[in-house]
Design a protein around this ligand. Sequence first.
Ligand code: ATP
Ligand code: MG
Length: 444
Amino acid sequence: MKIRAVRGMNDILPPEAKKWRRVEAVFRRVAERYGYGEVRTPLIEDTSLFSKQMGETSDVVEKEMYSFERHGDSLTVRPEGTAGAARAFVEHGVGAKEPVTRWYYLGPMFRGERPAKGRYRQFHQVGCELYGDPGPVSDAEMIELAYRFLEELGIGDLTVHLNSLGSGDTRARYRKALLDYFTPMAGSLSEDSQRRLEKNPLRILDSKDARDRDAAAKAPSIVDVLDEEDRRHFEGVKGALSAMGIPFVVDPALVRGLDYYTRTLFEIKANGADLGAQSTVCGGGRYDEMVESLGGHKTPAIGFAMGVERILVAMPEVAQDEAKASVYVVAVDERADAGAEPAPAGVSLQTAAALRLGSELRKRGIACLVDARGGKLKAMLKRADASGAKLCAILGADEISRREVTVKDLAAHAQDAVGLEGAAEVIAGRVRAKAGSQPAGVEH
Ligand code: ATP
Ligand code: MG
């Protein structure tokens, strides 16, 4: 039986991987522009880290985690990046070393949910976390970073959805208001929601079940029960966003599925993309209590994560530089061509010269392929054309005896001879001159 990739987990082959690198490169660049540094945490953490922080009744913890026992520990392959980053922040006492910390990360996350377009079991996120700044301006700056990043990738038609969950007492008051509202209609809610009603009625607002959507849409709005300080914070976020020219809509139905959020919540949707229910490319919010609950000092924090697979769907196609190599170096070996003699021990002079030229070109940063497979020159030139290379460097017995290399411009069908000594420098110069006369390629 053929072994296939695990359901919901994808291979990314070239040239697709190049698009991924572009997303990652633009993300790093934008994040670093805002003063963020990269953090890399393990893929596997203690299960309790996620169950405590994300919440026992969250979808992720209830049914999506890849957890297993090893050496007596319960471990989980990370479903998200925020809890692990906060664990590292506390573990390394980072808060004592700097007043404000800005971290970004990127990498795979794992959730055993039902696969669909833009929804996978291994998916990838890029994200940011900011620790130590309680003010609303940092919330707005975080949203701006996410928005500008998506803009820079050419994703237009974005909507920022904004809400506040309040903090402390507000949460408790809102919970009570929801309980009063949902209890009389409990019988018509989904089984999940009925079960969660007592424990966490907020979850019902986030349900994707059709039986819950209508009731959720008419539920009391948290914005109406915010206390004075929560309200001032929320107004501050909105004011700062307006000052930065970031459009947003206040969306009282936005609750997001995790327990750790306090006050600001946001999502960014890419409306133009054909993603259906998966059009949310970015989700984030404030989580002022997490660091303390992990044993650190009370430290306000805010962050977001974006799904790379969804970003890639929403991104416009950009011209890809298809060529894998700029130079195709061929060693024309007549003995191999004749096919009569067995391959000699060691390599022919032509092959040796071709390998040396290849090394010299690569040292100069030029991508090249060396073809010492033998065969007729015509067949080799065909392979050179098919490779997409711009130049072909030919090393046959004649060239070797004249201490030359024939350089063929594959598009212009022109060729000349270049002295073997210093050939790499000359060929590299030609490749650079060609690259300079063409539209800029894809960054990586
Ligand atoms: P959704 O409501 O779509 O399930 P979520 O609220 O569970 O998303 P978060 O945990 O906030 O998602 O993760 C942030 C972002 O990561 C999402 O907005 C989405 O772009 C991406 N994401 C989440 N889960 C998946 C998945 N299973 N496959 C692909 N991308 C995902
Ligand atoms: Mg989800």
